[in-house]
Design a protein around this ligand. Sequence first.
Ligand code: SF4
Length: 261
Amino acid sequence: MGAAVTPKDDFHAISLSGGKDSTCLTLLMIERGLPIDAVIWADTGMEFPEMYDHIARVDEHLHRERGLHITTLRSPKSFEYMMFDEPKQKLSCLENRARLGIPPYGNGWPGIRVRWCTGQLKTHQISKELNRLKGQHRLQQYVGIAADEAWRCKGLNYPLVDWGITEAQALQLCYDRGFDFGGLYKIYHRASCWCCPFQRIGELRSLRRHHPALWARLLDLDNRARAQFGPSPLGQFKKNWSVARLEERFANESSSVAAPV
Ligand code: SF4
């Protein structure tokens, strides 16, 4: 007879992005007494300072209510290392770069087709941790997708959808519980990396206005990317817009608004 197989226990893990929906999910699961064994958050290293404060507050709350801390996942390679220094190894990639005069290291700005930042700094880190947990438990994953985005659900647990909580209600619920994201949602539509090239122009205008130190860092990152990767897509922050050109555009807008009539 074979050895008896011990049934795995259920393990309840919340994926926390730090945004309003996953924060609302975490707060409600705590409040409604649902089981929580882990709250998993991947730090890209490029989050807004307000987001780091917010995560620390959620962690404090989680610890107070459930005696748990957030599991923070970080790639050993930083965003900047991946952007400028990671050596490329694939022969076809090296040949292609040599032909285009692009150095054999650094991934440059993420693009729609190669979103290396999400892949390496978030998805890969999270999948690694989830696979580790799956090896030990029967994993129940909880994802904070709001009821008005239910089309994004793919076979995991989506309590906000079950509870009919929309994105607007999720944000309000966070505010009502005293989690205001340091005001991020009053300025931006989204609360992910401040350096994201997929932000709308309007959000970049807000970044320059409300977070001038981060805007200066973005300008510096883009100048370095353009120097290293030239006009190739790797050196392009946004199609047709470098950060330096955006700086000029926004500065002109402000001076024309400020100019006396
Ligand atoms: S928010 Fe933008 S920069 Fe950050 S990981 Fe996602 S795609 Fe990349």
